[in-house]
Design a protein around this ligand. Structure first.
Ligand SMILES: Cc1cc2nc3c(=O)[nH]c(=O)nc-3n(C[C@H](O)[C@H](O)[C@H](O)COP(=O)(O)O)c2cc1C
Length: 212
């Protein structure tokens, strides 16, 4: 039995979002194809993942310098413990599906905070004499991203920093199997093909779900 983390970084619902609509269809098809698997939905707009603020940095520094967990302040304790639970849950999973809208060429801030939380030495990567080494080999990722314009090809491609950011971080964790579904170009005035773009992405998602 595999565990799939379904990580959504969107404040709205599937009726109002292309990325969530495609993600929902993916998960339904995945559940049908893998009834024994465990699917955990992490809605990052409800999770309150702590940012790396002064409590977190000071708490970690105290632990590094030999203090016990009990010597941390209450705020340091709760944030450090929460971040540890987040990365441990991430490491324990086998597969990851990220869903995000493109905002200003990149990902929403809650997904950056989550990615900070999962980028922890000794958990998802480690430093060796030969440089950093990813610790999550053998895991799989799908990233579903919606954007108003087209970035997978054409003149805007160099501006794309959502999928390409996540892709690089996840490769840094040692993950080699990384797929993407882009629902892109839905805002272009030269074409009124948004429903067709969405339907094509849903068909693609259902196909990927059968073998993910
Ligand atoms: C705050 C904000 C920033 C956006 N930035 C971009 C952008 O940089 N490039 C782009 O092509 N579309 C941009 N868009 C449009 C969205 O990417 C597009 O509406 C997409 O469908 C959002 O995903 P969703 O349908 O899942 O909400 C932006 C939209 C919002 C609300």
């Amino acid at each position: 039995m595999a565990t799939l983390l379904y990580i959504t970084a969107h404040p709205l619902d599937p009726q109002s979002s292309y990325s969530l609509a495609v993600g929902k269809e993916f998960i339904e098809a995945y559940r049908k194809a893998n009834p024994g698997d465990k699917v955990i939905h992490l809605d990052l707009y409800k999770e309150n993942i702590p940012q790396f603020d002064a409590d977190v940095l000071r708490g970690w520094e105290k632990l590094r310098s030999g203090s016990s967990f009990d010597q941390l302040t209450d705020d340091e304790k709760s944030k450090v413990a929460c971040l540890e639970a987040v990365v441990d849950q991430f490491v324990a999973a086998d597969k990851y599906v990220y869903v995000s809208p493109m905002w200003n060429f990149s990902i929403p801030p809650v997904l950056k905070a989550y990615t900070d939380a999962t980028s922890i030495p000794g958990k998802t990567f480690r430093y060796t004499e030969n440089g950093p080494e990813g610790l999550l080999t053998g895991k799989k990722v799908l990233h579903i991203q919606a954007s108003g314009s087209v970035y997978s090809e054409g003149p805007l491609a160099p501006l794309e920093m959502g999928y390409s950011y996540l892709n690089k971080v996840l490769q840094f964790y040692g993950i080699q199997s990384i797929e993407a579904i882009f629902i892109e170009g839905t805002a272009l005035t030269s074409q009124k093909q948004a429903p067709a773009i969405k339907e094509k992405a849903i068909a693609h998602a259902k196909e990927v779900a059968r073998s993910f």
